[in-house]
Design a protein around this ligand. Structure first.
Ligand code: PLP
Length: 407
């Protein structure tokens, strides 16, 4: 039997034989999200914050309510500390640029981990280069967890930022955020957490995490593309200069100087993306209805099942810690078959996986591979997806075992 939750997702409901195992790249969207966005455009659409007429007031309220819903879902007591952005990439660039250029100087150190997505690696690397700071990459254990002893040894009074992911997109490692934050805090460093793979899959509880910034993307958590956010501590956000300038983010503009609006507007220049915020809020309500503990438990069960079944296929190597330390990601290689070839064969069997470096080239280099194949699960995945994955991989193994001339 297929997962009954598939019926909530129009694309999956229309394609019963599709095995969508690329949710770490982007999730499918439930009908409630699509309906919420349509409803906003059909009933309440206007430019918010600007008009004195009722329709604009309604649009402003929808935007405000969406922020409150998303903040509640992510465990943020003060919704004004949740800034809307285009997604994790923009959020991390915002911190690295606005906070970074005001606070990083020659001789300082910035630490990231070898697990990072390029979005949480390159902005810090480039900031360090521009400011004459040292850029340090914290090593991993042999099963792709952050080496906490190494992190303890690396931090010093020169360390100004420690940036790390909540969950690795490439191998699925769930990092011990509070423990890592405590190591960074001990030397007074800013703690930045890339939550692109955290917010969709586990209970975030920002206020209890003890990080300074948390970045996330709506499209990976059942929401629309083009919206995400950055949660920050109020005192830091208030002290930080704006990232972009324009409408909505100003208080007064004079010929000789300008002053800035209050949070969150100071960091949201230009016409806001109201419909996508409304859609993301509906996604949070949908996930809340399932319960994030159940979301993670469901993914972990499928991850454990897939990992176990893949272990019986000749030539497969799965990366990352055991399933209990991962989210819904199974990243693997198969003998000397290129992951792109595997993905093509799987696609011919209705199985969508991702193959490549997963925007984590520093990690791939450390694994000694140029790419892996990655199957990733979400709330709508089921055992039949695992069956289809295993069957298709078995076909690939047989196909590539044949001499090239008979293919
Ligand atoms: N960080 C991680 C861990 C990711 O998985 C991703 C996307 O795959 C990003 C950052 C970038 O997210 P976006 O492309 O939505 O900005």
């Amino acid at each position: 039997m297929r997962n009954p939750r598939r019926a909530d997702f129009p694309l999956l409901a229309a394609n019963p034989e599709l095995h969508y195992l690329d949710s770490a790249a982007t999730s499918q969207k439930p009908r409630v999200v699509l309906d919420a966005m349509r409803d906003y455009y059909e009933r309440d659409n206007a430019n918010p914050h600007r008009g004195a007429y009722d329709l604009s007031v309604r649009a402003t309220e929808r935007y405000h309510d969406a922020r409150a819903t998303i903040a509640r879902f992510l465990g943020v007591a003060d919704p004004d500390c949740l800034l809307f952005t285009r997604g994790t990439t923009e959020s991390l660039n915002l911190v690295a640029t606005a906070w970074g250029y005001a606070n990083i100087n020659a001789g300082d150190e910035i630490i990231v981990t070898a697990l990072e997505h390029h979005a949480n690696f390159v902005p810090w690397q480039q900031l360090a280069f521009a400011r004459g700071a040292r850029f340090v990459v914290c090593p991993l254990t042999s099963d792709e967890r952050v080496d906490l002893d190494a992190l303890r040894a690396l931090v010093s009074s020169r360390t100004k930022v420690v940036a790390f992911s909540h969950v690795s997109n490439a191998v699925g490692t769930v990092n011990p955020v509070q423990e890592m934050a405590a190591i960074a805090r001990a030397v007074g460093a800013l703690v930045v957490c890339d939550g692109a793979q955290g917010a969709p899959h586990l209970r975030v509880g920002f206020d209890a995490l003890d990080v300074d910034f948390y970045a996330f993307s709506g499209h990976k958590m059942c929401g629309p593309m083009g919206i995400g956010g950055l949660i920050g501590r109020r005192d830091i956000l208030e002290a930080m200069p704006p990232y972009q300038f324009g409408g909505d983010m100003i208080e007064f503009v004079r010929d000789d100087h300008s002053t800035w609006n209050v949070l969150p507007h100071k960091f949201e220049a230009g016409t806001p993306n109201v419909a996508d915020a409304v859609g993301l809020a509906a996604a949070c309500t949908y996930l809340d209805g399932i319960g994030m503990d159940d979301v993670l438990a469901h993914e972990r069960a499928l991850t454990a099942l897939a990992t176990e079944r893949l272990s019986h296929i000749e030539g497969i190597r799965v990366y990352g810690p055991p399933p209990a330390g991962r989210s819904g990601v199974v990243s693997f290689t198969m003998s000397d078959i290129h992951p792109h070839d595997l993905a093509t064969i799987l696609d011919q069997n209705g199985v969508c996986i991702r193959a490549g470096h997963h925007c984590a080239q520093p990690l791939m280099r450390r694994l000694g591979v140029s790419a892996t194949a990655r199957a990733s699960f979400y709330v709508y995945s089921d055992e039949r997806d695992v069956d289809a994955l295993v069957l298709a991989l078995d076909k690939a193994r047989v196909l590539f075992a044949e001499p090239a001339t008979s293919r």
